[in-house]
Write a protein that binds this ligand. Structure first.
Ligand code: C2E
Ligand code: MG
Ligand code: MG
Ligand code: MG
Length: 287
């Protein structure tokens, strides 16, 4: 009986492995066609200035609604795209779409603001990233200062010798750089000196921890203090409660994003929101 059970266990293990493998293979195959079949889309989540409460920017987030397997979250398919060598194509589509969208909002006469685009760590090591970004800016006509690239810190990034030069040339072109999910994974503050970074995005795990201010907020306070002394802009992500918001304000965090303020919106819904913001901004100027 024991042997039989052991066998079953092995079979179960094997079939579970097969399922994971088959799933990944299926995702990979479907993802190859997703770009051409227009199954990829972007949603837009606004970023707010905490002292004024006004919208100051937006982050583009990828969505994939597959005709075959339904909605696949980015946390699931971005790693597959990275492994399968598809991230360059997906990443280029994201950059192109996000820059063209922001340019068309600017052209519609809305008060210009910047768009943040997430870059995969793999993209950072793939040539020719800088020329490709500059080319997208040129063809879409979006001014470089309105593009912010969100990169997630990792160990390789800090070791890679070409990284500083690459970020430097993006900075020279006027593009802004944000460190996403700051404080998680590999956190070495030494590279903040070397890297031409404009913004730190405090990872949502630290924001989630806030239930009482100030006792739960010491890490955020430390990050904000560090950002201040390095003259970096600091954004909190994943703000879900009034208490978290109040705490972040009292600490002096510059900006925030989260479901409490606004969930990611489709381009159409974001347009409505943007128009309301632009009208309010114009109104306050006229006053
Ligand atoms: P991220 O860049 O840190 O993006 C923030 C994630 O938090 C998004 O998840 C967003 O929808 C979610 N979020 C926003 N507000 C809240 C909140 O109040 N609470 C909680 N719990 N979550 C909130 P999403 O869209 O599923 O994206 C997950 C991750 O996938 C992103 O994390 C980013 O690293 C990656 N990703 C998304 N779009 C792209 C892309 O175009 N390219 C690349 N390379 N990665 C992307
Ligand atoms: Mg991000
Ligand atoms: Mg990110
Ligand atoms: Mg993040």
């Amino acid at each position: 009986a024991a042997k039989k059970r052991g066998q079953n266990k092995y079979e179960f293990y094997e079939s579970a492995m097969n399922t994971v493998y088959t799933q990944k293979l299926a995702i990979e195959q479907l993802l190859r066609q997703a770009v051409e079949q227009k199954e990829l889309d972007l949603v837009y989540q606004p970023k707010f200035q905490l002292d004024s409460g006004s919208m100051v920017g937006v982050e583009a987030l990828i969505r994939w609604n597959s005709s075959r397997i339904g909605i696949v979250p980015p946390a699931q398919f971005i790693p597959v795209a990275e492994e399968a060598g598809l991230i360059a194509a997906v990443g280029e589509w994201v950059l192109q779409t996000a820059c063209a969208q922001m340019k068309s909002w600017h052209d519609a006469g809305l008060e210009p603001m910047s768009i943040a685009v997430n870059l995969s760590a793999i993209q950072l090591h793939q040539e020719p990233l800088v020329p490709s970004i500059l080319n997208i800016l040129e063809t879409t006509g979006l001014e470089a200062k309105y593009l912010e690239l969100e990169i997630t810190e990792n160990a390789e990034m800090t070791k890679s010798s070409g990284m500083v030069e690459m970020l430097q040339s993006l900075k020279q072109a006027g593009v802004r750089i944000a460190i996403d999910d700051f404080g998680t994974g590999y956190s070495s503050i030494s590279y903040l000196h070397k890297f031409p970074v404009h913004t730190l995005k405090i990872d949502k795990s630290f924001v989630r921890g806030i239930s009482a201010c100030p006792s739960d907020s010491s890490i955020i306070e430390a990050i904000v203090a560090m950002a201040r002394s390095l003259k970096l802009n600091v954004v909190a992500e994943g703000v879900e409660t009034d208490q978290q918001l109040a705490c972040l304000k009292s600490i002096g965090c510059d900006q925030a994003q989260g479901y409490l303020l606004c969930a990611p919106l489709t381009a159409d819904k974001f347009t409505d929101r943007y128009v309301i913001h632009a009208e309010a901004a114009a109104g306050s100027l006229a006053r």
